[in-house]
Ligand binder design. Structure first.
Ligand code: FAD
Length: 503
């Protein structure tokens, strides 16, 4: 088996992994990024709904099983830049209260071992890195912050009208923070596809375009594509990680380093740790607490189509509006709570991919006569909500969402809000774990090694040279999109590594 070595090995080139590489580049350390995917091809199909949704052109061909043993192809995307190649560019900071302990219906949602104040400067750095556009002071639940790096993207007429109608109901809609290179001199072509599509014009602020690509010019940063880490190997005491086992072109390689940063995504990082079980660590690495693979969360995500039969929606970039008036609960129901934000344009092919019996003409008509909104609520951690390996290497995702009834009450309220805003028909669709777009929580951090895998700097309690910086580290999910929080914490970890691990 071929052996290669580096000073710091980063596994996965998504938000977490690329942020750590960004902090370490230029430190003198040899950084090796191991990424199982390749560059996403730039091709017309990037923005073709038929190719993306009906043919699932970019989804992994791997199969997982659910708790009943049914096989499915998960909505997982393995490319340089990770899931941000397809993400919707909403770049929210979590609220200060999201870092505190809460509960819903008696189910606890633990405090983070880091508070908003400790992350604030890293959020600022992450917003700069991703080129986030927004308007400070307009979101009523926003934590203390300075101006955004770029001005907010203006609403197009249909969205401006919706914003007015929401304001008329006494709500405080605001400009959604978004990482798109939009506006004069920007690369955005207003092609009308963004959320869940890849960008042919590099206008989307994704981890490859904004973070990794500039690093690759650096002589000390090396990206190995098609390099799938199967497991990590610890020393005989189970203390330090000494190597990663990597599958490349059907051959196995061994990669050695003094420091390993795991960032393969919440589900895959947990699987790598579990697959790394040995005689000394029979439950897998970083898993003395038994939490690895557990507490899988994904947000409650419900799409709502507000249909107006006689109005054509010609909006190109709808993701400019959000509402947080119900983030801490409805006036008479504190548990029915969450964020409301615009989805990207829903096209007929996307509807048919989920509801194949829908006639093409009807699906296309709905796509053109609706505004599309996402209602998002916190998912609660549950140790029985988990990923695990069965019969050797079969991946089982036994997902158990927490807070479903409260989310349903929230969605019913959002439907009423949309009807009052002039949409006589509002259709709803729940996004499930088959597309685990906001997966998190499977390698949670905390102060107590008995109930968490990682400390406040994402270092494994059990292994002093192992860090995990993807969304697996979330102790709770909040009710806002995760990418900016992953980036902020990973930048914090990267700064710590540069200060302490690099000589
Ligand atoms: C359609 C869609 C829309 C979204 N919209 C938004 C949004 O608007 N705002 C937001 O904040 N979030 C959004 N998200 C979620 C966001 O994209 C993710 O939370 C974020 O990208 C996760 O980053 P990560 O670093 O944790 O993991 P990932 O992005 O999953 O990165 C992990 C990387 O590791 C690689 N990898 C996996 N296994 C291995 C292995 N064994 N060996 C080597 N490499 C491996 C993967 O290929 C990948 O590149 C969206 C997600 C999707 C799918």
């Amino acid at each position: 088996m071929q052996t290669i070595s580096a000073d710091i090995v980063i596994i996965g080139s998504g938000v977490g992994g690329s942020a750590v590489a960004h902090q370490l580049a230029g430190s003198g350390a040899k950084i090796l990024i191991l990424e199982r995917g390749d560059f996403l091809p730039n091709e017309p199909q990037n923005s073709d709904a038929e190719a993306v949704f009906v043919q699932s052109r970019y989804k992994t061909r791997d199969e997982w099983v659910d708790a009943r043993g049914a096989r499915y192809r998960p909505g997982q995307y393995y490319y340089v830049g990770g899931h941000t190649k397809f993400y919707g560019t909403a770049m929210f900071r979590f609220r200060a209260s999201d870092f505190e302990a809460t509960e819903m219906g008696g189910v606890p949602s633990p405090a983070w071992p880091v508070r908003y104040d400790e992350l604030a400067s890293h959020y600022t750095a992450a917003e700069r890195l991703y080129g986030v556009r927004g308007k400070a002071g307009s979101d009523p639940t926003e934590p203390p912050r300075a101006a955004f790096p770029h001005a907010a993207i203006p609403h197009e007429p249909t969205i401006a009208a919706l914003s007015d109608r929401l304001s008329a109901q006494g709500l405080r809609p605001f400009h959604m923070p978004s990482a798109v290179d939009y506006g004069p001199g920007g690369t955005c072509q207003r092609c009308g596809t963004c959320d869940a599509f890849a960008c042919q014009f590099d206008a989307k602020g994704d981890a490859e375009t904004r973070v990794l690509r500039p690093l690759l010019a650096h002589p000390d940063v090396r990206l190995e594509r098609g390099a799938e880490v199967t497991r990590l190997i610890a020393d005989d005491r189970g203390h330090d990680i000494i190597a990663a086992e990597v599958r490349r072109d059907g051959e196995m390689q061994r990669v050695e380093a003094p420091v390993f940063v795991l960032s393969a995504g919440a589900i895959n990082s947990a699987l790598i740790l579990l697959r790394s079980a040995s005689q000394v660590m029979p439950d897998g690495l970083a898993n003395r607490s038994g939490v690895v693979g557990r507490n899988l969360m994904n947000h409650h995500l419900t799409g709502l189509m507000g249909v107006k039969p006689f109005a054509l929606n010609e909006t190109k970039f709808p993701k400019t509006l959000s509402v947080n008036d119900f983030y801490h609960g409805l006036p008479d129901d504190s548990e029915a709570r969450g964020n409301i934000q615009m989805l990207g344009n829903i096209q007929g092919a996307m509807i048919r991919a989920t509801y194949p019996a829908t006639p093409k003409a009807l699906a296309n008509w709905l796509g053109r006569h609706s505004v599309d909104v996402l209602a998002m609520s916190e998912d609660l951690p549950n140790p029985d909500s988990r990923v695990r390996l069965l019969d050797g290497d079969k991946v089982e995702v036994d997902y158990r969402p927490g807070g479903t009834l409260a989310h349903d009450r929230f969605v019913r309220h959002v439907k009423r809000v949309l009807r009052r805003a002039g949409f006589p028909v509002v259709l709803r669709h729940g996004f499930g774990i088959q597309a685990p777009s906001h997966q998190c929580g499977t390698v949670r951090m905390g102060h107590d090694p008995a109930s968490s895998a990682l400390d406040a700097l994402c270092r494994a309690h059990d292994h002093p040279n192992l860090y995990v910086v993807d969304a697996g580290f979330f102790p709770s999910s909040a009710a806002l999109n995760p990418a900016l929080t992953i980036a902020a914490q990973a930048l914090r970890v990267g700064a710590h590594l540069r200060a302490t691990r690099v000589t």
